[in-house]
Design a protein around this ligand. Sequence first.
Ligand SMILES: Nc1ncnc2c1ncn2[C@@H]1O[C@H](COP(=O)(O)OP(=O)(O)OP(=O)(O)O)[C@@H](O)[C@H]1O
Ligand SMILES: [Mg+2]
Length: 279
Amino acid sequence: MVKLFNRTNGKTPHDGEIEQPVIAIRAITKQYPMGEETLQVLKGITLDIRRGEFVSIMGPSGSGKSTLMNILGALDQPTGGEYFLDGEDIARLSPAALATIRNRKIGFVFQNFNLLKRTTALRQVELPLIYANARDRRNRAKAALESVGLAQRINHLPSELSGGQQQRVAIARALVTNPAIILADEPTGNLDSRSGTEVMQIFQRLNNEEGITTIFVTHDPWIARHTKRVVMIRDGQIVADQALEHPLVAGVDERPSEAHELQTLFHETYYSGKAEEYT
Ligand SMILES: Nc1ncnc2c1ncn2[C@@H]1O[C@H](COP(=O)(O)OP(=O)(O)OP(=O)(O)O)[C@@H](O)[C@H]1O
Ligand SMILES: [Mg+2]
């Protein structure tokens, strides 16, 4: 397959040189004033993510996953701690400077796709290039749509696309600017299992073949098992960080039957009390 993206950030380190992580956060905190009290949502998160990693973040509802993703995605600022993105300290930047970083380095994919209603797929994907004042926009947008299998749908509106196809448009839109990282907050959360598998196939291909660093949040342990590293958060802190030796292959490994999954869940819940809260 043709290499679509010439990654300026994909350089390999020289022998002996330690590659700097693409994301390095140190003791990140986030708190919200709530009347007299302060709500501590993130309680000191330290995490390194290297180029080419494929990480899923899991955790109970309200544990701070989206808060963390919004900080990683430069959509929000931490209250305390440090954030180096691609070596650049961005924890204290102004909103305008953050917007520039976001546009240049980050592709974000949302659970509800966040597409414009009256805009064709091609135009949706061109938009970030327009903001970035980039050249050759139409061809780049077409190539990105092609790379997610939507060459035949470029003139369709969101209402003329399935949920899985809409999410693939959103992935093309996140990719088209050639970002250092792709962040996704429950990208398969609103999809049926077949569309979810298609989306996972795309994320796996982008990661394996293009080396795109990908981080996403999921509630679905089956989906998480398709990534190469799982970080678990609970109550604003990292409680587990585990590399997966043999990630599942989307579209090849079959999802177990619901009965089997329920049985496993029951089993794990019975013995550890954990499976339940992470789904
Ligand atoms: N703007 C805000 N002001 C006050 N509290 C907030 C704000 N945003 C989030 N919170 C609180 O922070 C906590 C973490 O929220 P967050 O959205 O990060 O959870 P989550 O792990 O993504 O949950 P879910 O799995 O349900 O999406 C919640 O208790 C929430 O109420
Ligand atoms: Mg969330």
